[in-house]
Design a protein around this ligand. Structure first.
Ligand code: PNS
Length: 161
């Protein structure tokens, strides 16, 4: 079966944890679509265009990985992309309730769309975009947690202030 897996998120910014998941997914599915949400409610640090461009840059080495942006419902985006699977990372039990709620709502909206959870490797378990932003804001070292270009852009953001 030619399954398309959609990996949605805010990606503010994309981290090594996200990349770990994308690489794992690219070994399982012939087409992986990283879908960046233009969710204005979240007031992201990086603009929609910046998040798209960073994700495109850091995934360009992976042939069957695409990066797109989306607005509105994830279920609708999955339909448009012909995706049968929504991928999400499950780091610890702390992620579970939110993920369970989201997967249940998406199942209600699109009964044929399956949410599949992947575990990042251990060294990425504690990485989150919000923690990365906080460390970078206070000029801490994030080099182990994000690709080089993301590190540079974080540096540029917080040194403009
Ligand atoms: O990485 P995040 O911020 O946890 O990703 C959350 C995201 C973007 C996947 C989620 O908020 C989403 O799917 N937004 C689109 C709107 C939608 O479909 N909401 C209903 C399902 S909860």
């Amino acid at each position: 079966m030619n399954i398309t897996a959609l990996y949605p998120g805010t990606f503010d910014p994309i981290t090594n944890g996200h990349l770990d998941l994308i690489i794992r997914a690219s070994k399982l599915y012939p087409r992986v679509v990283v879908a960046i949400a233009n969710n204005v409610g979240k007031n992201p640090l990086f603009s929609f265009e910046e998040r798209l461009s960073l994700a495109t840059e850091v995934t360009k080495a992976y042939d069957h990985v695409e990066v797109i942006g989306f607005e509105g419902l994830l279920a609708e985006c999955a339909k448009q992309q012909g995706a049968q699977v929504v991928l999400r990372g499950m780091r610890t039990v702390a992620d579970f309730e939110y993920e369970w709620q989201m997967a249940s709502l998406n199942r209600h909206l699109a009964p044929d769309l399956e949410t599949v959870f992947l575990m990042p490797s251990e060294q990425h378990t504690f990485i989150s975009s919000s923690m990365i932003r906080e460390i970078a804001r206070y000029k801490g070292d994030v080099s182990r947690f994000v690709p080089k270009i993301v590190q540079q852009q974080l540096h540029a953001k917080f040194n403009q202030e």
